[in-house]
Write a new protein. Sequence first.
Length: 333
Amino acid sequence: MSEIVVSGIRPTGKLHLGNYFGAVINFLKLQEAHDSFFFIADYHSLTTHPTPEDLHGSVYRVFAEYLALGLDPDKCTLYLQSDLPETAELYMFLNMNAYKGELERVTSFKEKARSQPDNVNAGLLTYPVLMAADILIHKGSRVPVGKDQEQHLEMARTFSNRFNRLYHTEYFPEPQAFTFGKNLVKVPGLSGQGKMSKSAGEADCIYLDDAPEVLNKKIMRAVSDSGPSEPGAAKSQPVQNLFDLMALVSNDDTISFFETQHQSGTIRYGDMKKQLAADMELFVAPLRDKIRSTIENREQVAKAAKHGAEKARESADKTMKEVREIIGFRKFY
Ligand code: TYM
């Protein structure tokens, strides 16, 4: 039997290379063979308190980008999380069995609590519960995500199992993180540190519609070492990041050329970045064109969003009727 696939992306402005290789590339394959639900996680984005204009603009934009990248409303269900208020209801039910201690131990929560001590809101704490609701509202079992979401998926399994145990049922599946490769993907950013992420700053991210000169400038300014290391020395983190980015967009000959140069201690990082910028431009150019033209086509975007909302609600409505019944909310009037 084909599995039910569910995944989401927060609307934080635009999609970057990490979103593409961590998530979207798998969505494109999965929509061909499975019952797939892909959504814009606009409820989730409220933890950062966007203005109404910013929220709306980002949601529209990311939805249009999904379409431009090839998600097909006839093959998958493409929708906005906020078009399914049923998700908020399931989130509330799951929250009744989610505990403060376990939520406080989630790495992403601890990081946010550290980096934004003035805004440690309840939505941030219960973020993994809302994610579990997103998945379980369609009884999703397969969740294409990048490596950074692994722990959230573990929590989704915890909440699913807990619900089943509490009500002596096998109603919800155990959602598993999924990628077509061997390992979940982590695309590094340009700042020489961890994963590519908007919260690490604009200069950390390669956006799929970055103009050629912007792309070139960002890559040429990417953090690397000041000069070649000793022959045979291990790569520093920033240098490893450049090689990881190259592995995504350059051909094998190019990669082994620079690997050999690194090994022999003769590499010039300026040359490597120039090559990476050229290969990245070849990769991004067709996506950029498609994104820009889709964003202009408001009619196509609106039609797809309406169609997606209708399909998604059918599935959510069915789940919530059954969930209310299981919990004991049964009509006697
Ligand atoms: P978000 O919006 O941060 O990222 C969306 C998807 O992109 C992947 N990703 C990356 N993959 C590899 N390398 C990177 N540098 C990188 N940056 C982002 C993420 O792993 C993710 O797959 N909580 C989620 C959104 C969400 C969700 C869900 C996902 C809400 N509900 C239910 C799955 C199922 C998030 O913030 O992803």
